[in-house]
Design a protein around this ligand. Structure first.
Ligand code: 1GP
Length: 251
């Protein structure tokens, strides 16, 4: 039987192995571009695909995931902007609760409404504390969520939020400056949070160069997610993946 994706994430964290995930927004790819992303991701040893977006307008989520699954073995994790973005063709679901916000719908409301459907999907469910950090630009996620992000310099608020999420039982913490953020999350905030939690820490939003990805990992990120920058330049897949995987593993 295949080891669960979460078990693998935990094991990688224990060993100090960093992971690189390519975020695919189904609205922004066509089959030809997706083929190119798949080929480059396989060659670059990308660890995960995240699929989703704050606002998915098109209805080809299933087709997009099926294309990924038919052409490679890289696990596909759903990163849904809402309950409509659940596809049984994926491997796992980041079951997000927006713990940095105070919008009850995104903390628990939408989960209640979609619970039977999510359970029936057969997906591996990964309870994830989703923490949005101010990235210097109003992003889709902050508008759609109707919830204020944590200010970029308030490391302690981010830390306490992550700690609370973990104590509530969340298995992953995802800190996100929002897609296309002007300012990615600071290394000092990543370190402050990473030092206080045992759960694997996912970092994304506005990461545009491999140095950033590397330094974020050194600061304590376990998974780096890049979407926007790759949509603009697919050659970044290899550069980012190489940078993340070049972080020395604990001995
Ligand atoms: C957004 O963390 C992801 O939710 C990735 O952000 O698209 O800016 O890389 P980018």
């Amino acid at each position: 039987m295949r080891v669960s994706i979460y078990t693998e994430l935990e094991a990688r964290k224990k060993k100090g192995q960093k992971s690189f995930a390519v975020l695919i927004d189904p609205d922004k790819v066509n089959p030809a571009l997706l083929d190119e992303i798949i080929d480059r991701s396989v060659a670059a040893h990308v660890d995960y695909f995240l699929v989703g977006g704050s606002l998915v307008i098109s209805n080809h989520l299933d087709a997009c995931i099926q294309q990924l699954k038919q052409n490679c073995n890289i696990p596909v994790l759903l990163f849904p902007g809402g309950p409509s973005q659940v596809s049984k063709y994926a491997d796992a679901l980041l079951y997000l609760s927006l713990i940095s916000g105070r919008n009850p719908e995104l903390l628990i409301g939408q989960h209640v409404v979609s619970a039977p459907f999510v359970k029936q999907s057969g997906l591996e469910i990964m309870p994830t504390g989703y923490i949005v950090i101010d990235g210097g630009a109003p992003t889709t996620v902050s508008y759609i969520s109707n919830a204020a992000p944590i200010p970029a310099d308030k490391n302690d608020i981010a830390m306490c939020t992550a700690m609370a999420g973990e104590m509530l039982g969340m298995k992953l913490i995802y800190m996100d400056a929002g897609s296309g953020a002007k300012r990615p999350i600071s290394e000092s905030m990543i370190k402050t949070v990473a030092d206080q939690i045992a759960a694997p820490l996912i970092i994304g939003g506005g990461i545009t160069n491999p140095e950033n990805a590397y330094l974020n990992c050194k600061a304590g990120a376990n998974v780096i997610v890049v979407g926007n920058a790759i949509e603009k330049d697919v050659s970044l897949i290899k550069q980012m993946s190489d940078a993340v995987h070049s972080v020395p593993v604990k001995v």
